[in-house]
Design a protein around this ligand. Structure first.
Ligand code: FAD
Ligand code: FMN
Length: 454
């Protein structure tokens, strides 16, 4: 056999192994979804038209509460059907006798991604529903009083339903920062047992700061550190790329801060990329200042893993990936790329934006190594301040419109991680422009467009 033939056989073997691996992952995901579908069938029962339990979520809390509500109703003998708001069509809503909505608020009083199609097509769409006279409904609105437009989307939804003649079962229940008293009120109004809304999250455990590295020395921006957190002794913790952590901060025990995980379980530690938040008075942010400055190496961090299903690879595991982000958004993209490297899936395009290549090329060696090893089919590092005219990832997307459409033709999924203002909003607009309204909506409906934005 010639060297070329050997090389060819080796390459074919690699391709087959890659295909088999992607297939195995796909099969595992199908099985997981099949069990979700079985749960949904069991809840719906066989008889009367089920009540709809609808959720609109960004990071998964509304979805978890919707399922808890559905299980509680089912235990009372009420047939229920759980559905994402984006999966609802107008006829389903028109013919439903009863619907319970669990909806969070994002951006500045906006709908979360999991309700964006519902807003565009049903609430604001051409031929928006004229009336819903036979629908009884209630809304559980999730939010946080730190934001100006508290529970903005939940309130808007409640008013929209009321204006269409649907009958409120009770006033919109507003939940500030997962307040247990408000959740209890929702249970009580629905006649659910207390336990039905019980704590489903993992407990906080003590991790240890084993390493901290400044990633952008000399940057004109605030500093970004890579933190390595070693797990507690015992069972190795499990998470998926795309998941988040919540960290309890000394000085503010009621408001854990969330960070995107930048590593995978095979790394044996949770890595985070944390930017120092600078307050107007010049003091550092409570959590970011503590994690990047006050906390000594070896110190304990109270942490829990928060699954983030809407940013996990999920059904997209065997698709080409377009990964877009800026700043600490590299964290969520890095976890996916590490998962892809471990799985041998090289069909990835990374578009990443920062200020200056000299100081802000975070994880440069790793990204360059991925590129030269073929894990990145295309790499666009976009440095906004390396030329007189500011240039951002959204501009690069518009320039690369033809190639992006070619990736979408091949079935690519798009993942966006990083800041909502100044990146994700403009990237969203660029993607809509490049893909066109219908294709963009289809991407959202198929969960081929996923975001971890803050
Ligand atoms: C899903 C998600 C993922 C995230 N991922 C990451 C990540 O990977 N990396 C990352 O670095 N961050 C991430 N964040 C942001 C992170 O959770 C924190 O919000 C961030 O670190 C700031 O928290 P802090 O406690 O340092 O700041 P805080 O102390 O909470 O201050 C934040 C801001 O609040 C205001 N503020 C608060 N208190 C005062 C006060 N007393 N006086 C004046 N102003 C005040 C100021 O405007 C200040 O700038 C993520 C957030 C979310 C929701
Ligand atoms: C970037 C960001 C923007 C938010 N904007 C608002 C807001 O405008 N109003 C509000 O009440 N809550 C706001 N929240 C809080 C969320 O609604 C709240 O955390 C909710 O529990 C999230 O639920 P979910 O996991 O189902 O998306 C915001 C949270 C984040 C991270």
């Amino acid at each position: 056999m010639t060297i070329d033939a050997l090389r060819g056989a080796a390459a074919a073997g690699t391709v087959l192994a890659y295909a088999a691996l992607c297939g195995a992952i796909w099969w595992r995901e199908q099985r997981r979804h099949a069990s979700d579908r079985a749960a949904a069938r069991a809840l719906a029962g066989n008889g009367a038209t089920p009540a709809l339990v609808l959720f609109g979520t960004q990071t998964g809390q509304a979805e978890a509460l919707a399922w808890q509500t559905a299980r509680g109703l089912h235990a009372l003998g009420t047939p229920v059907r759980v559905l994402a708001l984006n999966a609802l069509d107008a006829d389903m809503l028109r013919s439903a006798p009863r619907a319970l909505f669990v909806a969070s608020t994002y951006g500045e009083g906006d709908a979360p991604d999991g309700a964006s199609l519902f807003v565009e097509k049903i609430m604001a769409g051409i031929g928006a529903l004229p009336s819903l006279p036979s629908l009884r409904y209630a809304v559980l609105a999730l939010g946080d009083r730190q934001y100006q437009n508290f529970c903005g989307f939940g309130r808007q939804l409640d008013e929209w339903l009321h204006a269409r003649g649907a009958k409120r079962e009770f006033a919109c229940v507003e939940v500030d920062n997962a307040d247990p008293a408000a959740l209890m009120q929702w249970n009580t109004r629905l006649g659910l047992a207390e336990d039905d809304q019980g704590e489903s999250q993992q407990p906080f455990t003590q991790w240890r700061l084993s390493e901290r590295e400044l990633l952008n020395p000399g940057s004109v921006g605030t500093s970004i550190h890579r933190l390595v957190l070693a797990p507690p002794q015992g069972n190795p913790p499990v998470w998926q790329s795309g998941d988040l952590v919540q960290i309890e901060v000394p000085g503010d025990p009621t408001r854990p801060r969330e960070y995107s995980i930048a590593s995978i379980p095979e790394d044996g530690a949770i890595e985070l990329l944390v930017r120092q938040e600078m307050r107007a008075d010049g003091r550092l942010g409570l959590a970011s200042g503590w994690l990047t400055d006050t906390l000594a190496p070896g110190g304990q961090v109270s942490l829990r893993i928060k699954p983030h299903p809407s940013f996990q690879l999920g059904d997209n595991v065997a698709r080409p990936l377009v990964l877009i982000g800026n700043g600490t958004g590299l964290a969520g993209l890095r976890s996916h790329l590490r998962a892809r490297a471990a799985a041998g899936c090289g069909d990835n395009w990374l578009l990443f934006g920062e200020r200056n290549a000299e100081h802000d090329w975070l994880c440069r060696h790793e990204i360059e190594a991925w590129h030269s090893a073929g894990l990145l089919r295309r790499l666009d590092m976009v440095f906004s301040r390396d030329q007189p005219q500011r240039h951002y990832v959204q501009h690069r997307l518009l320039e690369a419109a033809d190639e992006l459409n070619a990736w979408l033709d091949r079935g690519a999924a798009i993942y966006v991680c990083g800041s909502l203002q100044g990146m994700a909003t403009d990237v969203d607009a660029a993607l809509r422009q490049v893909a066109g309204t219908n294709r963009f909506a289809a991407m959202v409906a198929a969960a081929r467009y996923r975001r971890d934005i803050y």
